[in-house]
Design a protein around this ligand. Structure first.
Ligand code: ADP
Ligand code: MG
Length: 261
């Protein structure tokens, strides 16, 4: 059993690019912060979009998640505060792309993040990890330390098919590396209820995955897409926008979900 007062750790993962992982991570982080949760956001994508989208300049960072994975820094040393967003950031930049290769042959190479985060877990309620669009060693590091995976997905024709690889990977990690890991939920994003196909796929998702589909639905909303260029999550940039309201509802849903975990 885990000690109470220890952060619940969630990966936001989907091996497809452009499906809304980063948007989900930063907006959920900001939404949770708004309702009083202590949040650390970890960027595991060398593109550093979640870092920049939290107002942290990825090029100016002295220490990043790369240094943490290679054990040349602790999390506490590398974390920066995203003041306007209300949460802490363990950022990423292009350096992280090299970690994949540098980790090969090292001991416990899939457990590095887990070990590092254990030292700060008591300081947070939630740790959210933005994963890269692959099932790589970086994503594996995320999956090895997480209690749950949040899977953002668009309700498109191949949506279910694309889930198979991710679901299989999660099953394997669960069986071999991390008994805590589960899919906490599928989050429908960029949703447009006027599109019949999207409604159909959404119904299919619910039929297949039942309770694993979050009640919250994130609509397609241009304010969410504009926010990153201001270095802010939509929830902070324009709290009244429809998309922001949806993420705030999702944050509340997550707080409820972890009570039953
Ligand atoms: P990923 O991290 O999976 O690659 P992103 O979160 O970066 O995906 O989203 C891909 C693109 O879609 C970005 O330009 C983002 O601003 C945009 N986007 C994401 N969610 C929404 C939404 N709900 N409404 C409108 N645009 C969105
Ligand atoms: Mg991304």
């Amino acid at each position: 059993m885990e000690q109470s007062g220890t952060a619940k750790i969630f990966c936001v993962a989907n091996q497809k690019g452009g499906v809304g992982k980063t948007t989900t991570t930063v907006n959920l982080a900001a939404g949770l912060a708004k309702i009083g949760q202590r949040v650390l956001m970890v960027d595991l994508d060398p593109q550093g979009n979640a870092t920049m989208g939290s107002g942290v300049d990825k090029r100016a960072m002295e220490l990043s998640v790369y240094d943490v994975l290679l054990e040349s820094s602790t999390v506490a040393e590398a974390v920066v505060k995203a003041d306007k967003c209300g949460y802490d950031v363990l950022g990423a930049n292009r350096e992280l792309a090299g970690a994949e290769i540098e980790l090969v042959g090292l001991e416990r190479r899939d457990q590095r993040l887990k070990t590092a985060l254990a030292e700060v877990a008591s300081q947070y309620d939630f740790i959210l990890i933005d994963c890269p669009p692959s099932l790589s060693m970086l994503t594996l590091n995320g999956l090895c330390c997480a209690h749950g995976v949040i899977v953002p997905m668009q309700c498109e024709y191949f949506a279910l098919e694309g889930l198979t690889d991710l679901v299989n990977t999660i099953k394997q990690v669960h069986a071999n590396l991390n008994r805590d890991l589960q899919i906490i939920g599928l989050l429908r994003v960029m949703f447009d209820p006027r599109i019949t196909l999207q409604m159909q796929v959404s119904d299919q998702l619910k039929a297949h995955f039942g309770d694993k589909v979050f009640d919250s639905v994130i609509p397609r909303n241009v304010r969410l897409a504009e926010a990153p260029s201001y270095g802010l999550p939509g929830v902070v940039f324009d709290p009244n926008a429809k998309g922001s309201q949806a993420f705030l509802a999702f944050a509340s849903e997550m707080v409820q979900r972890i009570k039953t975990m």
